[in-house]
Write a protein that binds this ligand. Structure first.
Ligand SMILES: Cc1cc2nc3c(=O)[nH]c(=O)nc-3n(C[C@H](O)[C@H](O)[C@H](O)COP(=O)(O)OP(=O)(O)OC[C@H]3O[C@@H](n4cnc5c(N)ncnc54)[C@H](O)[C@@H]3O)c2cc1C
Length: 386
């Protein structure tokens, strides 16, 4: 293996996931989305095969691999037309935070279900009034004897209906300073006072987004993940995995769009030759191929740095990868639609449905503007702009 290629093991993993995902494929994914059904079969199948928790330590039901492994799983699923947002959330954000900071008991309680897919965990930080500025969240956690009382609201939370628990970011009062600091709580979705309602979205996906209402939800002491005084550090630990996974989600989606376009332009003839012979069609697709490969390379670099324990290096690379991947996905989806002409807008060919999913990658989990702010400030040393 050279330093610019993935290991044999990783390449085999990609092939195995491709094989499994292709038995489901885009038609299955779209059918579930349009019929209001869930992709639970696929989710449990990847759990059973050991791919879902491949990044989680073996003693808790995982595969003992790294973020690069679970990112490869996410990418290959999307490349087969099954982009699963909950891959980003459950094993990568929640799984990472709990594996790194949970108590032994918490790890035993929550990680095995995250790995086999039976206890999916959603993640809730975004609030209607705070938006991108997550320092302004107002969901609060109040100690009440040995227990906690949680109160607040969240928005755009993915997959709450499919989750057994949600890792909720709330603020608790610091006993010494009296200031509010972020803490992480695992909240069961069937807890009294926990309510959620779907937000009608334009994305063609079986995974939905929800508004969440938390009305004096009572939690036991051990719902607090890790250390009450280290909430921010724990939260940041989940950010690099989140960005690496979001990048993989986008590069997988981009590959799927490009594959559809390439296949179509090889076969479609209107001036006596395949439309792919015209440079006006071929060049944008070639551009997409280059942009996708560049984004994949940066994603793999970010994963390698993260696995090597270089959190700062991984932070820069993960942000850059996430930016490049989202841009590549938006362009690939748009070019796939254009290559299909009128067929690009039909449900039969299903490429227009990729546009909004790809577009979401420019907004969530962190927007392109916030990545540009990060690079301006940290990579270029420019003054903080917000
Ligand atoms: C499909 C989808 C799934 C999601 N899933 C989850 C989830 O599971 N859990 C969760 O917690 N959240 C989730 N989110 C929320 C997502 O993380 C937020 O939408 C995102 O962080 C942006 O916040 P906002 O929508 O409030 O936009 P706003 O903060 O209102 O921003 C609007 C626009 O202004 C720009 N902007 C804001 N501040 C600045 C600045 N200082 N400089 C430059 N530009 C700026 C932003 O980049 C953006 O383009 C999801 C969102 C989507 C679309």
């Amino acid at each position: 293996m050279s330093s610019f290629t993935e290991s044999e093991e990783r390449l085999t993993l990609r092939k195995e996931v491709t094989r499994l995902a292709s038995t489901y494929g885009r038609e299955y994914f779209t059918r579930c989305a349009r019929n209001g059904e869930k992709t639970t079969d696929l989710w449990l199948a990847i759990g059973k095969a050991g791919y879902l928790g491949i990044n989680i330590p073996e003693e808790y039901g995982g595969g003992g691999g790294g973020i690069g492994d679970v990112a490869a799983v996410c990418e290959e699923l999307a490349a087969q037309g099954c982009p699963l947002l909950m891959m980003v959330v459950s094993p990568a954000i929640c799984g990472t935070v709990i594996s790194r900071f949970g108590t032994e008991e918490q790890k035993r309680k929550w990680l095995p279900g995250i790995c086999d897919g039976t206890e999916t965990m959603a993640f809730a930080i975004t609030e209607p009034d705070a938006g991108t500025n997550s320092h302004n969240i107002t969901t609060t956690a109040r100690p009440d004897g040995d227990e906690w009382l949680l109160k607040g609201q969240k928005i755009y939370i993915s997959g709450v209906d499919e989750a057994k628990n949600v890792l909720v970011v709330a603020r608790a009062e610091d006993a010494k300073t009296g200031k509010l600091k972020p803490c992480l709580f695992v909240v069961p979705t069937d807890a009294a006072g926990f309510d959620f309602t779907p937000i009608p979205m334009e994305i063609v996906s079986p995974e939905l987004q929800f508004q969440v209402f938390i009305d004096d939800v009572r939690l036991p002491a051990d719902a607090l993940v890790g250390n009450q005084d280290a909430g921010l550090v724990q939260l940041f630990a989940g950010l690099n995995p989140e960005r690496i996974m979001a990048a993989s989600f986008s590069t997988g989606l981009a590959r799927y769009a490009l594959d559809r376009a390439t296949e179509y332009v090889k076969g479609r003839e209107v001036f006596g030759a395949p439309i792919g012979s015209h440079q006006g069609i071929a060049h944008p697709l070639a551009q997409s191929k280059i942009e996708i490969e560049l984004a994949r390379l940066m994603t793999q670099k970010a994963a390698a740095l993260y696995e090597a324990g270089d959190d700062i290096g991984a932070g820069e690379a993960a942000n850059m990868a996430k930016y490049a991947a989202a841009e590549a996905a938006c362009d690939a989806a748009d070019r796939a639609v254009q290559s299909h002409g009128g067929n690009g807008i039909t449900q039969e060919y299903g490429v227009a449905g990729l546009l909004v999913a790809a577009r979401a990658g420019r907004i969530a989990p962190v927007s392109r503007e916030m990545i540009l702010n990060f690079v301006g400030m940290h990579s270029l040393g420019l003054p903080k702009s917000y």
